[in-house]
Write a protein that binds this ligand. Structure first.
Ligand code: MG
Length: 453
């Protein structure tokens, strides 16, 4: 086989993404009531990012960014795909899995795909050899207990898909984390002697929350903490399997979350700590999430404050593996220098809600242009059987200094007009590139619309 002698030097890649886990929902990020020893070991032995952002504050677009290196608007996935939708990531987009397949990697995904769930869009159409999982959110069910939203009752039963085939309807969700993990370790078993890419996008801690019997009540801090404990166990199983095959020195393990916590879910929600708001907003609580990169012997342990994004994951993997990027330039940048203590590769990062460009960050500064948002302040939080309600709010032109004001509380726009002008300049350039639903409902003609209807 061509390249056989070089294959062992190509690192395995494992990307673990949880769903709606908040910025402070790990011991290494300050959680005091969560039991995360395995993730804390990754943080201690790897690089922990304090200023890492998802590219969207909801599930589908966030995943599009992790897997393509693009802002989700550029690949036509600006918002959450519902079960009734036939849209999905266009087959012509190159995913991380397809990029690594070009180097001969075995590839698998176990968990929540959420980039299209008909036969045109499922993971096996996007470079993955194996798939098991609920292909979208676990609350998109007609079961009124699992999702009290009235529209949810119009959803079809939740499928559990293996490859292209639905093998169960309304599967026992308490077994999902365990089943994903067992498939993941079996995949490593089967491919330990060749390069592999394992993508493990957990269904949880997205609501409705479920844990297996082994973890029920074990955290002593409630169901959310139990769910995080089981995910941490899963990470431990993955690392143990790598150790069994002596692969930890040849495997890049990446751990992150797809967006901030769904705060309206009451005590079934994660936590954003000092950050403003949560999932579904362009405030820090919506976009800033945990990020750990672990590769003993290659990535020095430490903490980085460099600003980085989910759009950087694929360019970083390309740089570390020598894989060929696709035909379109990435929006993201390689983080290889950051892994060795270097500064952020980004002059600016942008925050969209759907097709609306709402904010930009450059250095310590974050600028919001006027927009409406859903707020938890004054809202009715949900109990496990009751759907809460947001309060609609709005923000005017606002400049925040994240270095001294991580909670985005004090508007400094009037006292720093030069900074405002500079950041507005970045936003104007982005509008010309990707469009902006606030001013241009058709979007820019440069946006690559690649969604199949
Ligand atoms: Mg999510």
């Amino acid at each position: 086989m061509v390249g056989c002698q070089t294959l062992p030097e190509i690192p395995n890649v494992i990307l673990i993404v949880t769903d709606d886990q908040g910025w402070v929902d790990l011991g290494s990020y300050g959680a005091e009531d969560l039991v995360t020893p395995h993730l804390d070991s990754l943080a201690a032995g790897g690089l922990r990012f304090t200023d890492f952002y998802t590219a969207a504050a909801s599930c589908s677009p966030s995943r599009a960014a992790f897997l393509t290196g693009m802002y989700p608007q550029r690949v036509g996935i600006p918002g959450v795909l519902m079960p009734q939708s036939r849209r999905g990531l266009h087959p012509d987009e190159q995913t991380l899995a397809e990029m690594l397949k070009g180097l001969g990697y075995a590839t698998a995904i176990f968990g929540k795909w959420h980039l299209g769930h008909d036969s045109l869009h499922l993971p096996l159409q996007h470079g993955f050899d194996e798939y098991l999982g609920i292909p979208y959110s676990n609350d998109m069910t007609p079961d009124a207990v699992k999702n009290p939203n009235p529209p949810a009752r119009q959803h079809p039963p939740v499928p559990l898909v293996d490859g292209f085939r639905t093998i169960e309807l309304e599967p026992d969700q308490s077994q999902l984390t365990r089943r994903y993990t067992e498939r993941a370790t079996a995949f490593i078993d089967a491919n330990h002697d060749k390069p592999f890419f394992l993508y493990l996008p957990h269904t949880f801690p997205h609501v409705p929350l479920f844990v297996s019997e082994a973890f029920e009540g074990q955290s002593g801090a409630g169901l959310y903490a139990d769910v995080i404990m089981e995910i941490d166990w899963s990470v431990g199983q993955i690392i143990e399997t790598l150790q069994h095959y002596n692969l930890t020195g040849n495997t890049l393990v990446i751990f992150s979350s797809d967006n901030g916590p769904w705060l309206i879910k009451g005590d079934h929600s994660g936590h954003a700590g000092p950050l403003r708001e949560g999932k579904g907003t362009t405030f820090e609580g919506g976009h800033r999430v945990p990020m750990l990169m672990f590769w003993p012997g290659i990535i020095p342990p430490g903490v980085t404050r460099a600003m980085a994004s989910a759009i950087d994951v694929m360019p970083t993997v390309a740089a570390l593996t020598g894989a060929s990027p696709g035909p379109f330039p990435f929006d993201g940048r390689s983080l290889v220098d950051v892994l060795h203590g270097g500064p952020s590769p980004h002059e600016a990062l942008f925050f969209y809600q759907g097709y609306q460009l709402q904010a930009v960050r450059s250095g310590q500064w974050k600028l919001h242009v006027p927009h409406h948002y859903r707020s938890i302040h004054g809202a009715t939080l949900a109990t496990p059987t009751f759907q809460g309600a947001y309060r609609q709010d709005s923000i005017g032109l606002s400049l925040f200094d994240l270095q001294s004001d991580i909670g985005e509380t004090t508007n400094l726009a009037d006292s720093h007009p030069d900074v405002v002008d500079r950041l507005l300049g970045y936003m104007n350039r982005m509008r010309e590139d990707l469009g902006d639903g606030l001013t241009d409902t058709e979007g820019s003609n440069r946006r690559r619309s690649r969604v199949l209807e």
